[in-house]
Design a protein around this ligand. Structure first.
Ligand code: FAD
Length: 471
């Protein structure tokens, strides 16, 4: 039972406007996909690192369990409290200040509640580029991106959040502040503690600030969409483009027709830029920082060669920013369309790049043979080996019990293929609540024991985001 004294203490600390209770917590207790629903003791909105530290110290004294939350756009129920009404949601959105920008260090130090898109714009206004980009960038926060080790559409060139972070400031469950903020590029002084918190999904502590890498802004960006017959052709094209365009290649994203079709049906303002449907399409984005380099010419040459070799069947290169935005919108509308279309049993698989063709063929065949009423959607960051398979079922045709049984079997089919091909069940979304039962498909029991031992040292009472990643 949480004491009245605890609630009074946090109201004194944060001001009662920053402690939401009752109906005001509604936007914070369900996940983006609307699959997990909990209740919160209250939602605390600290505005500084000191407030986070004092808040967590109070939680420690009173034995209160804590769920950190950023933009609440995560896709595996990791930011949703349980149903007890005794967990405290800590929302970081008020901590949205940029603390320092340094051109020489090519870094920006900022608070965890900064919205990703605002960080991209901040860098761009100064002639720099922050490459993390994903469909939820208008609302997800840097703290959430770090806690999930987010990937997105520029991993091929710049890596996931783990590669973009130089320093971190975190508050541990006992309220201790650890300041590892630094623009240092090299530091070999024992364990890299900050990386423990990247991808930890809020189970070790709260990230309050970070120093991130920024890069010179590209002078030119070109975007093409091409159609093709299959994943193997896409991989041959990727190998070719990596050789010829090298570091200019920023994004290489694939979508199958079943997925395009759902986007066109269920979202506004999307158009298919070709005369005919095609089994697959790719979005290819290239950038260049040199003035005067004919990037479009280089891309068109490569695509011409790919057409001659019959690797692709058609291509459009966007000729304006509006066209570029339209093509990207089609890709970024996928999650929104799938939320409306039915019950998608989703996967965040990565396999070695070379195994993706085999993976796609195997899972499609097996899924359709056991669940012929579903549609196999495939979309993802094929340049990173990360192909999302979504088996879309008709929500109305399944009782909740039948849906649960079907989802379990569908995961088994996809995970079996993933394992056989040396892959992982989560490339970028994380484990949260949705994928807990599948963690052992990717990590050994020995790994799990070590993770739990680390958790026990940092969070001995198990109060940080309980029930996420493992029980
Ligand atoms: P939340 O959902 O609020 O939280 C996610 C996890 O991080 C939870 O465990 C939470 O406890 C923890 N957390 C949040 N803030 C902190 C903090 N300050 N300290 C400690 N822990 C914290 N993801 C990708 O990787 N690639 C994609 O391409 C991609 N596309 C998406 C497209 C759409 C349309 C949507 C809705 C989501 C997409 N996602 C994608 C998933 C999601 O946007 C990312 O996981 C994002 O990084 C989550 O950030 P958030 O601020 O919303 O975190």
């Amino acid at each position: 039972m949480i004491s009245k004294e605890f609630m009074e203490s946090i109201c004194r600390l944060l001001g009662s406007d920053n402690v939401l209770v009752g109906n005001d917590t509604a936007g914070f207790v369900s996940d983006w996909r609307d699959r997990y629903h909990g209740r919160a003791l209250c939602v605390a909105r600290p505005g500084t690192t000191d407030e986070v530290a004092q808040l967590l110290a109070l939680c420690s004294q009173h034995g209160v369990r804590v769920v950190p939350q950023g933009g609440n756009t995560g896709l595996c129920g990791a930011a949703t409290p349980d149903g007890t009404g005794e967990q405290l949601v800590v929302w970081l959105g008020r901590m949205n200040r940029i603390r320092e920008f340094s051109e020489t260090d090519a870094s920006v130090t900022l608070e965890a509640g900064c919205v990703l898109e605002a960080v991209q714009n901040y860098a761009s206004d100064r002639g720099y580029f922050f490459p993390m980009s994903l469909g939820a960038e208008g609302s997800c926060q840097i703290g959430g991106n770090l806690a999930t080790n987010a990937g997105g559409t520029a991993v091929l060139r710049y890596g996931p959040m783990r590669d973009l972070v130089l320093g971190l400031e975190v508050v541990l469950p006992n309220g201790a502040i650890y300041d590892w903020l630094t623009p240092l590029r090299k530091n070999t002084t024992g364990y890299d503690l900050k990386q423990l918190f990247v991808g930890a999904e809020g189970t070790l502590g709260i990230i309050t600030a970070a120093t991130l890498k920024v890069f010179p802004a590209p002078k030119v960006r070109e975007l093409a969409m091409v159609t093709l017959e299959g994943v193997e052709q896409a991989l041959t094209l990727l190998t070719q483009l990596r050789r010829s365009l090298g570091e200019r290649l920023l994004s290489f994203e694939i979508i199958n027709w079943a997925q395009v079709d759902l986007v066109l049906k269920h979202t506004q303002g999307n158009q298919w830029p070709f005369a005919e449907p095609a089994p697959w399409c790719l979005l290819i984005e290239v950038t260049e920082t040199l003035d005067g380099y004919d990037l479009r010419g280089a891309l068109e040459n490569e695509l011409g060669r790919a057409l001659e070799m019959a690797l692709i069947t058609d291509a459009v290169v966007a000729t304006s920013q509006v066209q570029q935005n339209n093509l990207w919108r089609l890709r970024h509308s996928v999650s929104e369309a799938n939320k409306i279309a039915g019950y998608g049993v989703t996967h965040d698989t990565a396999v070695p790049l070379s195994k993706q063709g085999e993976f796609a063929t195997q899972v499609e065949e097996r899924l359709l043979s056991e669940f012929p009423d579903g549609r196999v959607l495939m979309v993802g960051h094929i340049g990173d080996g990360n192909l999302h398979v979504i088996h879309m079922l008709d929500r109305d045709a399944y009782s909740p019990e039948r849906l649960a049984v079907a989802a379990k079997r569908i995961h088994q089919i996809v995970d079996q293929a993933t394992l056989n091909l040396g892959g992982t069940v989560s490339a970028e979304h994380g484990i949260g609540q949705s994928n807990k039962g599948r963690l052992l498909a990717s990590r050994s029991a020995q790994d799990l024991d070590l993770m739990k031992a680390i958790k026990a040292v940092i969070d001995p009472d198990g109060r940080m985001n309980p029930g996420k990643i493992f029980d």
